[in-house]
Write a protein of this length. Structure first.
Lengths: 274, 197
């Protein structure tokens, strides 16, 4: 089982040879700009990608990975990254643990009764091959002609065409919901001051009409004064309902859950003579 | 007839999205009588007209669209050079897995790529309308299952998923256990120091 003798550089992996001396540790005073390693790390799309890179770089066979060597190289990379205090994604460390597990399994003597057991590398190999399939095909997809890069769409401006506004009718529940929003907002402004306000729905109705007058639309919420107490808001709401009933205003919502708008139904002509 | 042809051309140029023959037929027919055969005839006729121009009608998943011919890309590249969005390898890998294995959950993608799925990638893919949730897998947690959309095919100028490049075959690691004994007798184990640098 022990085949390490066949592997020339199996032991400690030197980073470099300086004056004939093998360096197995990153010298403390050697400065590698962290940015450079960051770039290096970012070039890999995860531990499988890094492993495939290590395997392919040496023309090794994925199906028959020399697990001890690859594990050491992989761990060296990880250590290098850690020395540079890069925050390592957990996935990289998980892979290191997985490699170590496989390596230790392979070192154990194989007993007759468990001979049928799968090669400990099988799962890793399967994952590497599966990942490589998608990696390869994604590179091919990247080459397909695509809009914005290789295909340019021809369009014509639509000129004076204007989309007609289709405003759906609004249901009472929507209005009540909107009013609840108003109450919620008002709560944020709530301070404790008590004052008796003489509030009249009639008066509020004319105030609202005045507010809307001259404008095409006004936001439903804008009709409310959030500084007012709840009772004031309720009076405003009642006034809006009353105005709707008397067909003096129309309440519309451009889209579901959209902003509710209020619009006057009083024709402008009525304000002008003739 | 030539009137229908002109309408079809204007619709394709102004719709902002590819239109299918059925859709064009419905649109025109809602205002004046027109058969689907006439629509298809108009499209064929436009194709002939465009033979001498630098635009063409192409058919993609969502229907027909008018686009510049590749022959003038050299010019267009100048205009669009800075506007071309770039997509990372991670995004392309994620997109490929969804395209070939759909419907897939985030977990499926993670188990293939070996890294957690980036939320920003999924958001980009969803925002671009290239992928959509098609259901929830009936397992604990009810994870969402994603599939690609017609807009994805449109973007890559394709009509159907089968036009995507073939996924490479699975290499079966069957002779694995046999190789255990014969392992590492070749020169492949040579590791040079510069490879690490």
């Amino acid at each position: 089982m022990n085949k390490t003798t066949n592997k020339p550089m199996q032991a400690e992996m030197p980073f470099a040879i300086v004056q004939g001396e093998q360096l197995t540790e990153l010298p403390k005073d050697l400065y590698i700009p962290p940015v450079a390693l960051q770039v290096f790390l970012e070039a890999f799309e995860g531990p499988l990608d890094l492993l495939l890179y290590l395997i392919r770089k040496q023309n090794l066979d994925v199906i028959d990975i020399p697990i001890a060597e690859i594990t050491e190289q992989y761990v060296d990379y990880i250590n290098l990254m850690q020395d540079l205090e890069l925050s390592l994604a957990g996935e990289y460390l998980l892979m290191a643990a997985m490699l170590a597990e496989i390596k230790s399994k392979m070192l154990l003597p194989i007993f007759e009764e468990i001979e049928e057991e799968d090669d400990p590398r099988a799962e890793l190999v399967r994952r590497l091959l599966e990942y490589e399939r998608y990696r390869t095909v994604s590179e091919e997809i990247d080459l397909i002609n695509r809009v914005e890069r290789d295909i340019y769409l021809s369009t014509a401006e639509t000129g004076n065409y204007q989309q007609p506004d289709i405003l759906p009718d609004i249901e009472l529940p929507d209005l009540v919901m909107a009013f609840q929003e108003v109450l919620k907002k008002a709560e944020m402004f709530s301070t404790l001051h008590f004052m008796k306000e003489p509030l009249s729905v009639k008066e509020r109705m004319s105030e609202i009409l005045e507010q809307i007058n001259g404008k095409d639309f006004i936001k439903f919420e804008d009709l409310f004064d959030f500084q007012e107490q709840k009772i004031g808001l309720v009076v405003t709401f009642l006034a809006i309902l009353e105005l709707m009933k008397e067909l003096l205003i129309e309440v519309v919502q451009a889209q579901e859950f959209g902003i509710i708008h209020v619009k006057t139904l009083v024709e402008k002509e009525t304000h002008e003579p003739n | 007839m030539s009137q229908i042809k002109n309408i079809v051309e204007a619709l394709l140029l102004s719709s902002g999205e590819p239109l299918s023959a059925d859709r064009i037929h419905k649109i025109i027919n809602s205002k004046e009588s027109c058969t689907k055969a006439e629509v298809l005839e108009a499209i064929d006729s436009l194709k002939i007209d465009y033979e001498n121009k630098e635009i063409e009608i192409s058919r993609v998943a969502s229907g027909f669209r008018i686009q510049a011919k590749a022959s003038i890309n050299d010019f267009l590249n100048i205009i669009y050079a800075e506007k071309t969005p770039r997509y990372s390898r991670a995004l392309m890998e994620t997109l490929s897995i969804i395209a070939y294995k759909q419907p897939v959950t985030r977990g499926d993608i993670e188990s293939i790529r070996g890294v957690s799925v980036s939320s920003s990638i999924m958001r980009t893919l969803t925002d671009r309308n290239w992928i959509k949730i098609v259901g929830y897998r009936d397992v604990p947690g009810k994870p969402a299952m994603f599939s690609t959309t017609n807009e994805f095919l449109d973007y890559f100028g394709l009509e159907k998923l089968s036009e995507l490049p073939d996924l490479p075959d699975i290499k079966e690691p069957q002779n694995l256990s046999l190789d255990l004994e014969a392992e590492t007798t070749n020169e492949m184990t040579q590791i040079s120091t510069e490879q690490l640098n």
